[in-house]
Design a protein around this ligand. Structure first.
Ligand code: FES
Length: 136
């Protein structure tokens, strides 16, 4: 192999590695979450969430909350505000989920009560099996 060809080959090899080192993180960042490995189900003990309290969880890479409402029982909701995607917080005293970004207000069913959010919060499937809460 001639010296010139060797350097061309070496340059092509190093260029490929450089390209891959930039392209791989970009593709991972842009890939929709559906392509990532999903959590199949999430199980918690009922005792972890007494009546009137709530527990923050992460389900399928999404921040979510399980609320044990005094009148209607358990509900699991995404914490992603449907306006611009801020994280809503549970306000126990007001029985509401409040978005800190633009003052969106949701009830504990996830319905919009006021503010700019265009849709209710996403509800997550929740089952109670004996003393276990199953999300998903
Ligand atoms: S992002 Fe929640 S109200 Fe705007």
């Amino acid at each position: 192999m001639k010296r010139r060809n060797f350097f061309k080959l070496l340059l092509a090899f190093l260029g490929s590695i450089s390209f891959a080192s930039f392209a791989y993180p970009l593709i991972r960042f842009l890939a929709p979450p559906g392509l990532e490995a999903k959590t199949k189900k999430l199980s918690l003990s009922k005792g972890e969430i007494p009546v009137g309290s709530a527990k923050n969880i992460v389900f399928n890479n999404t921040p979510a909350i399980i609320i044990n409402r005094t009148d209607k029982g358990l509900v699991a909701l995404s914490k992603i505000c449907t306006h611009l995607g801020c994280i809503v917080e549970y306000n126990r005293d007001k029985n509401r989920l409040l978005c800190p970004c633009h003052a969106g207000v949701y009830d504990l069913e996830g319905n919009v009560l006021s503010g700019p959010p265009p849709r209710p919060l996403q509800k997550l499937p929740l089952k109670v099996e004996g003393e276990t809460i199953v999300i998903g």
